[in-house]
Design a protein around this ligand. Structure first.
Ligand code: ADP
Ligand code: ZN
Ligand code: ZN
Length: 802
């Protein structure tokens, strides 16, 4: 067994395979699958992952592995398999799929060092190497005669660790520890000798006589209720000693979270959790969909299901959309499970993320709460995966590998024989359709736990405002309600639905939006050519001068920014104190929390923001929610736009009246009759589902059809069109009669960085070999890709068409 199969870090299709390397003697005892190595590759030395170790190779004359980067595998065997699956599903390179599972720190070159963790004696040669130091450069180890195998054993025993110098050492967190400096019987003697008046000193000594182990100084002081001078006095007597110890950067202070106990479940909650508990008990994979209105107690179900998993000694992954990963959310999990929870949040520094990841790897935690990529947490005894707000499109990664965390979760659930739990107030159509067919198990929570009704939604027709001479973006009703709220000292959340800024054309008189006659999707305004285009079927027309419906000349592009709204608001209602939250005001790290904190402290009356304020926020004093332009998303060139509008309106409505005070919602729109707005205002998911399913069926979209999107880009316009055309033709030759191949069509953003982009969309129901065809096509163009700077990207589950 002296040959390693390695996937090398060269992201190209020509190297998308394993390469064989000899394992030098010094590594044979310790090298394992899942470790990173450095190997010679052509003239260079590069990183690679060991995916297999064998004794045979079809090649003679193999090169040798130059170096091993890990002594403990960074990828488990399950994750290596999963990487293969992800690469295959998403048609991405193996190396890209593997890299996606690791924290950033492990992807770059950082200096390493060996850190002593134990106070006990290390083996002689290691003790010699450390020579009294707490940490040494990794190179010193490499230059020493100590074997990698020996180091590996020490790391596994937790006596030393290999650290990455992500930041300079000075910023690493250290704490002062206190420990006995003498043997116990000597401490006892000293205690007898201590003056009775030295009460605190006696207490301190007693503590160590009782517990016999080191403790963090700060905790000790808190426990004994004393100051450092007491410790100092005992240190001077030679009874105790203090030393510095490095600690993991745990970004959350676990002591701060008040522990919560499981709540007695409501009848609906109990009915929903019973089958999940059974699946956990039986180690059985199943997908559960909990359709529960906001405030119906879904999170409590997650918590209790996790409890069950932990009691079986297993682990849990909880995925939450990045935006919802608020301190409030973290508190609920840390409150229940304390330091057993790791949090993977993009706002953490690279070092913090790495530490959280390592806490999982070292089995120091059993629960991870995190955004999309936490689905790759290196647990080895997984008992459940939970996806909150499962309809959120942020679960789809928009870079290679273009995976959907829901699919990855279900795959891991199958591999680990454990349940996967999806939860949402507005499930994705795809998920609900699967539940309706019995593929997923559905539970419905129709009531809020506090038995309060959902807030009443008032839909305001903005065309009437215009006709009444009100050209402002605030309807008279909304203005009035805001003023009433201010008088009562209550707070307001205003949402501006800004996505789709300036991209569609709408008549301000009658609300008419130009749509494609073949696709039922809004046409997109192209400024350069002054054309309206459909991004699904290439249909185009000139921008009309007057509205084709009502002949008004008030037809224009639609969109407003939050800044503009803020200005209007301050002239309209000068007494209102406004906090604006959008991409601009939340760019800086921590700004998001700070603004929300200010709002919670009632330093402002109105929280004005984009969709980022729709999610997960819970303020007692908010009684009014206003949506300024409910329809701006409706006309995006995206077949999911009705669904997204429905979801967003439902979600933002849930922000009002969550506590004692009753809430109210005002939705302003130019298209009040649109079914997504009408049904969202009635919280009528079931009718919306039926209606939208009908549309999807008629226009051949998911969940009735699968989609695949191939995007071609090149500096030369003609080359981009021609290549896409060739691809479409090649596909048409292979696919079945019922499969639709559309294109070449210009991408919604037709040129990025001087590259022209064209796309080809495939709609299919049953195409078992589609991935094979596409791969074949990719090899046909491989030369062009390599030599002529052609780019072909494939998305097997496109969400983001813009
Ligand atoms: P969701 O996740 O569906 O929005 P939550 O789990 O956040 O709902 O529950 C909403 C509120 O109801 C929370 O304040 C929660 O503490 C409370 N709650 C949840 N379950 C119960 C229960 N069984 N009994 C009493 N209160 C509950
Ligand atoms: Zn009109
Ligand atoms: Zn069209």
């Amino acid at each position: 067994m002296n040959i390693a199969k390695v996937i090398v870090d060269v992201p190209a299709s020509s190297t998308n395979q394993t390469f064989d390397y000899m394992i030098p003697d010094k590594f044979t005892d310790m090298l394992a699958v899942g470790m990173r190595v450095i190997v010679p590759f052509g003239p260079r030395k590069i990183m690679g992952f060991v995916v297999d170790i064998t004794s045979e190779s079809t090649f003679d004359k193999l090169k040798s592995i130059s170096d091993v980067l890990d002594v403990v595998p960074v990828l488990t065997e399950e994750l290596l398999e999963l990487g293969k699956w992800v690469a295959n599903e998403t048609l991405s390179l193996s190396i890209t799929a593997l890299q996606a599972m690791l924290p950033q720190v492990l992807k770059s070159q950082y200096k390493k060092e060996l850190v002593r963790l134990t106070e006990g004696r290390l083996p002689d040669d290691m003790e010699y190497l450390f020579a009294g130091r707490d940490y040494i450069p990794y190179e010193e180890f490499e230059a020493s005669p100590i074997s990698y195998y020996q180091l590996q054993k020490l790391v596994q025993a937790g006596e030393v660790s290999i650290d990455y110098l992500v930041k300079s050492r000075i910023t690493k967190k250290k704490v002062t520890m206190v420990r006995p400096a003498k043997e116990m019987h000597l401490l006892e003697e000293a205690l007898a000798d201590l003056a009775k008046t030295a009460k605190k000193q006696r207490q301190l000594l007693l503590y160590f006589i009782e517990f016999e182990k080191p403790i963090e100084q700060q905790r000790l002081l808190k426990e004994i209720q004393t100051t450092t001078s007491t410790v100092k006095a005992l240190v001077e007597k030679g009874l105790l000693e203090t030393y510095q110890q490095e600690i993991m950067r745990n970004p959350y202070n676990d002591d701060e979270f008040k522990r919560t106990a499981p709540l007695p479940l409501t009848e609906q909650q109990q009915k929903a959790i019973d089958p999940i508990d059974e699946a956990i008990e039986a180690n059985k994979h199943d997908v559960f969909l909990i359709h529960g209105v906001t405030g119906s107690g879904k999170t409590e179900i997650y918590l209790q299901a996790i409890q069950k998993v932990l009691s079986k000694g297993k682990e849990a992954i909880v995925l939450v959309p990045e935006i919802s990963l608020t301190p409030q959310m973290v508190k609920r999990f840390k409150g229940r499970f304390g330091s057993n929870v790791a949090v993977m949040h993009s706002a953490l520094s690279a070092g913090e993320k790495f530490d959280e990841w390592r806490r999982i790897q070292r089995k120091e935690v059993k629960v991870v709460v995190g955004a999309r990529s936490a689905v790759f947490a290196p647990f080895e005894n997984l008992g459940i995966i939970i996806i909150d707000e499962e309809h959120e499109t942020t679960y789809k990664q928009e870079d290679q590998p273009r995976y959907h965390a829901r699919d990855v979760s279900i795959h891991r659930g199958q591999t680990n024989s454990c349940p996967v739990l999806l939860g949402s107030a507005t499930p994705a159509l795809e998920s609900y359709a699967r539940a309706a067919k019995g593929v997923y198990k559905l539970s419905t929570l129709s009531e809020r736990t506090n038995h309060k009704a959902m807030p009443k939604v008032d839909v305001i027709d903005m065309r009437n405002e215009l006709h009444a001479g009100n050209r402002s973006m605030f309807s008279r009703t909304l203005k009035e309600k805001i003023e009433q709220c201010l008088e009562k000292g209550e707070q307001i959340v205003l949402m501006l639905n800004r996505r789709g800024y300036s991209t569609f054309v709408m008549c301000r008189d009658c609300g008419h939006v130009k749509e494609c006659p073949h696709c039922d999707i809004a046409l997109t305004y192209h400024k350069n050519s002054n054309q309206l285009k459909c991004h699904y079927c290439s249909y185009e027309e000139k921008v009309p001068q007057v509205c084709p419906e009502c002949s008004s000349d008030l037809i224009r592009f639609f969109g407003t920014g939050t800044q503009k709204v803020e200005e209007t608001l301050t002239t309209l209602i000068p007494q209102a104190r406004v906090i604006r939250m959008d991409v601009d005001t939340t760019r800086r790290k921590g700004a998001h929390e700070k603004l929300l904190g200010q709002f919670a402290d009632k330093k402002a009356d109105i929280l004005l923001g984009t969709q980022m304020i729709a999610k997960g926020l819970d303020f007692e004093n908010v009684t009014l929610v206003g949506v300024l332009t409910a329809d701006s998303m409706l006309h995006l060139p995206d077949f999911r736009s009705s669904e997204k509008t429905f979801q967003l309106l439902t979600q933002v409505s849930g922000r009002a009246g969550r506590h004692e005070l009753p809430g109210e919602v005002i939705v302003q729109t130019y298209t009040p009759e649109h079914y997504s707005i009408e049904m969202a205002s009635e919280y009528n998911f079931n009718d919306f589902y039926k209606r939208e399913m009908g549309m999807r069926k008629a226009f051949q979209y998911p969940p009735y059809f699968y989609l695949a999107l191939i995007t071609v880009s090149h500096e030369n316009h003609v080359k981009a069109v021609q290549t896409t055309q060739q691809i479409a033709q090649l596909l048409l030759k292979n696919v079945g009669n019922n499969t639709v191949v559309l294109g070449p069509t210009p991408s919604p953003v037709p040129r990025i960085k001087d590259r022209y982009r064209y796309q080809c969309m495939i709609k299919y129901r049953n195409e078992p070999h589609l991935r094979k065809y596409i791969n074949k096509i990719k090899t046909i163009f491989a030369d062009d890709v390599r030599k002529n700077n052609l780019l072909i990207t494939v998305d097997m589950q496109p969400y983001h068409m813009m």
